[in-house]
Design a binder for this molecule. Structure first.
Ligand code: XMP
Length: 512
C-alpha cells in the first residue's frame, strides 16, 4: 500500500490541482469530502492532510466545517486559503472580512524560515485570492509570513505540525509553490515519495474490481484519448466483463469510425461494439438550436443507446466514462464539494438524474497530460494518445444552429482540411486543439463571375495545459491562408473563413 495524502475539498476550483501537485512529487493523493469524520479519515491512515480553499466564508453561518478531531490526530495539516481560515477559527484564532480583499499577485515576506519555507528565501511571489483574513493566530501558532496588506499570510504550529497559508501554492502563479508543497510533504510530514503512474494503475485496477464485482460494465468510447484510456484501464481490470461501445452518432470527424475499429480490433483488441446510430441522433436534434438543449439531447440519446446495448448483452450495472477533472470542474466539484456551478456541460451535466447505471469514472481526478502518461503505460498506440481532445457531443457543439446531415457534411469536409494542413505545421505539437466551426450565418461572396451567398467557417486553434485555460495560437499567416484557400475551393457551400482570436477565459474552447 502506498503512502497517502488526503485533500479535504471545500469546493475550491483548485482542489484537484493540489492533488495533482502532490502526485507530481511522487506521493499518492486523493480528494475526500470535507465532512468526512475523524474516524473514517483515520481508517485511511493518511501521512498528511490538506484542506483546500473554497468560496464560502467562515464568518457566515452554516459554512463548510471540519470534524475538529481531525486537527487532534497528530497528523500534519496544511490549510490553504479557506482551509487556513477554518483552522484559525476552529482552534481559537480570530478573523475579519478583509477590508479590500486581495486578489492576484502578491509578494510575501517570510518571518520564520524552516518547515514549509525551508530553502525558499526571504520574499517570494505568490497568488492570492481571498476576502476574509486571519487577524490573530490560535494559541501555539506563530506568524510565519506576511504581505504588505495581509499581516498573517502564513501561520504554523511547529510543534503540532499544523500550518495555514493564505495564498495558493498549488497554482503556477506561485512559482515556488511546488517547493512549499514539497517541504510540507517531505520536511514536515516525512513522506518518502513512493508513488508513480504504475502505482496509479495498480490502485485503480484494485478499486475497479472492488466496485464492479462480477457485474457487467459498458464503457462509452468517444474516439478521444480519455475514454480510450478509461476503456484500456477497465479492460486491464476486468477484461471481457466490459463491453466498449463506440456510437457512430453521425457527429464524428471524417474517417473516425474506421480508425477506431482498426485500433481496437487490431492494435489494442478489446471487447468492442460499434453502433450505427446516425439517424437517431439526427432526428433527435432536428430543429434544435439552443446549445444546452443540444448537449442534453445528445447526452440523452447516448444514454438511450447505452440502455439498448446493455439489454442486448444481457444487462449491465455500470456505465464507464472517460471523464477527466477539467470536464467536471465547471459543473460541480470533484467530490460533491460546495463549489459554485459555473456551467452545466460535458459528460457530467448531460446525464439524466435517474440514470439506471452506476458510474465508473476511473480518470475523474486526472488532467489530460496525466492521462496521456497513463495511456502510454497501458500500452495504447501513440496515434491514439497524441490525438487532440474531442468533445463527447462531437461536431454537434461545433455546428452553431441546427445540426442536420447537410451541415455535418460541410463541417466534416472543412475540418478534414484543417487537420491535414495543421498537421504539416511545425508547431503542431504545441497545439491543444485545432478544428473548424460552422457558423449559423451566411455571407456574400463572388466565385468566378457569380455572386454567392454561402456558409462561414471559423477556425479555432488553442494552446493549453489542461483545458482549463487556453490561448489562441498565433499560427503563421501562410498556414491560415492555405487552410482558407483549401476550404473555400474544395468544400461546397463555404465562401468565407475566419480565425477565432479569443482566449479562455473569457471564451471557452468549444463554441457551444
Ligand atoms: P470548453 O469548451 O469548456 O472545453 O472550454 C474544455 C475542454 O473540454 C472539451 N469538452 C468536452 N469533453 N465532453 C467531453 O468529453 C463534453 O461534453 C465536452 N465539452 C467540451 C473541449 O473540447 C476542451 O478540450
Amino acid at each position: 500500500m502506498h503512502e497517502l495524502v488526503t485533500v479535504l475539498d471545500y469546493g475550491s476550483q483548485y482542489a484537484q490541482l493540489i492533488a495533482r501537485r502532490v502526485r507530481e512529487c511522487g506521493v499518492y493523493c486523493e480528494i475526500l469530502p470535507h465532512d468526512i469524520t475523524c474516524e473514517n479519515l483515520a481508517e485511511r491512515s493518511p501521512k498528511a492532510i490538506i484542506l483546500s480553499g473554497g468560496p464560502a466564508s467562515v464568518l457566515k453561518k452554516g459554512h463548510p466545517d471540519i470534524d475538529p478531531g481531525i486537527l487532534d490526530m497528530g497528523i500534519p495539516v496544511l490549510g490553504i486559503c479557506y482551509g487556513m481560515q477554518l483552522v484559525a477559527k476552529v482552534l481559537g484564532g480570530s478573523l475579519e472580512r478583509g477590508r479590500s480583499g486581495e486578489y492576484g499577485p502578491a509578494t510575501i515576506d517570510i518571518d520564520i524560515d524552516g518547515a514549509l519555507f525551508s530553502g525558499i528565501g526571504g520574499g517570494i511571489d505568490v497568488w492570492m485570492s481571498h476576502g476574509d483574513q486571519v487577524i490573530t493566530v490560535p494559541e501555539g501558532f506563530s506568524v510565519i509570513a506576511h504581505t504588505r496588506v495581509c499581516p498573517i499570510a502564513a501561520m504554523g504550529d511547529l510543534k503540532r505540525n499544523i500550518f495555514g497559508v493564505q495564498f495558493h501554492p498549488e497554482v503556477v502563479h506561485t512559482p515556488l509553490g511546488k517547493e512549499i508543497i514539497k517541504n510540507y510533504l517531505f520536511t514536515v510530514a516525512h513522506c518518502s515519495g513512493d508513488w508513480n503512474m504504475a502505482g496509479f494503475i495498480e490502485e485503480s485496477i484494485r478499486a475497479i474490481r472492488e466496485r464492479v464485482g462480477r457485474s457487467r460494465v459498458i464503457c462509452g468510447l468517444s474516439g478521444g484519448v480519455d475514454s480510450a484510456v478509461a476503456a484500456a484501464l477497465i479492460n486491464s481490470a476486468i477484461g471481457d466483463q466490459m463491453t466498449a461501445i463506440f456510437v457512430d452518432n453521425g457527429l464524428l470527424r471524417a474517417g473516425e469510425v474506421e480508425e477506431i475499429r482498426r485500433i481496437f480490433t487490431e492494435q489494442y483488441p478489446l471487447n468492442l461494439d460499434i453502433v450505427d446510430a446516425r439517424q437517431i441522433f439526427l432526428s433527435n436534434l432536428k430543429g434544435i438550436t439552443e446549445p444546452e438543449e443540444k448537449r442534453k439531447r445528445i447526452g440523452n440519446t447516448f444514454i438511450d443507446i447505452f440502455y439498448t446495448e446493455a439489454d442486448r448483452i444481457g444487462g449491465a450495472d455500470f456505465l464507464a466514462q472517460g471523464t477527466l477533472y477539467p470536464d467536471i470542474i465547471e459543473s460541480r466539484s470533484a467530490k460533491g464539494g460546495p463549489s459554485a456551478t459555473i456551467k452545466s456541460h460535458h459528460n457530467v451535466g448531460g446525464l439524466p438524474k435517474d440514470l439506471k447505471f452506476d458510474l465508473v469514472e476511473p480518470l475523474k481526478e486526472l488532467f489530460k497530460d496525466e492521462v496521456r502518461v497513463l495511456g502510454r503505460e497501458l500500452g495504447l498506440p501513440e496515434i491514439l494518445i497524441n490525438r487532440q481532445p474531442f468533445p463527447g457531443p462531437g461536431l454537434g457543439v461545433r455546428i452553431l444552429g441546427e445540426v442536420n446531415e447537410h451541415n455535418v457534411a460541410i463541417l466534416q469536409e472543412a475540418d478534414l482540411r484543417v487537420q491535414e494542413e495543421i498537421r504539416k505545421y511545425d508547431g503542431y505539437d504545441d497545439i491543444w486543439q485545432s478544428f473548424a466551426v460552422l457558423l449559423p450565418v451566411k455571407s456574400v461572396g463572388v466565385m468566378g463571375d457569380e455572386r454567392t451567398y454561402a456558409n462561414v467557417i471559423a477556425i479555432r486553434a488553442v494552446s493549453s495545459l489542461d483545458g482549463m485555460t487556453a490561448d489562441w495560437v498565433k499560427i503563421p499567416y501562410e498556414v491560415l491562408a492555405k487552410i482558407s484557400t483549401r476550404i473555400i475551393n474544395e468544400v461546397a457551400g463555404v465562401n468565407r473563413v475566419v480565425y477565432d482570436i479569443s482566449s479562455k477565459p473569457p471564451s471557452t474552447i468549444e463554441w457551444e
